[in-house]
Design a binder for this molecule. Sequence first.
Ligand SMILES: [Zn+2]
Length: 165
Amino acid sequence: MLCKGPYGVSCHGFPFAAVTFFSPDLAIPGVEASNLTELTTFLDRHLPSRDMFYAIRIDGAFPYVKARSVPAQAKPYPPLADAISHEAIFEFRNVTGTVVGFYSPPAAAGMNVAGYHFHFLTSDRTRGGHVLDMATAGDTVELDSTPRFTAVLVPEGLASTGPEH
Ligand SMILES: [Zn+2]
């Protein structure tokens, strides 16, 4: 184990992670969106402030999810752009699972992806990835307003690939 991240999370084996203890402050029921742009436009109208971090969770049945996943990498670790060139793209239709993600304010650009960033995991927790597109059909969106941001750097330099994924 190379290091221990905040909250006891091991940071061995991955170059970047955004984590939080999820404690929703706001639940928006009945969210219907035919694609990711519609969902983020909807969320833009419902965020109490655009200058805050939000953890976002959606549990339910999704008409459509398109996600990408990069295979496990081995040392010497390639740059993220090279790793992504071998990514697999999955499409799920009428799938149950969980979408988790973050909204990061514009002021956080460079430290994290500004705006929305979602990952999907099937309900059996065996498949998923970085969300490229998705649709919702009446699911509840939970938001955890998060005013604090802590950055923990990896001393071995494994974090050199940045937060793009
Ligand atoms: Zn991602």
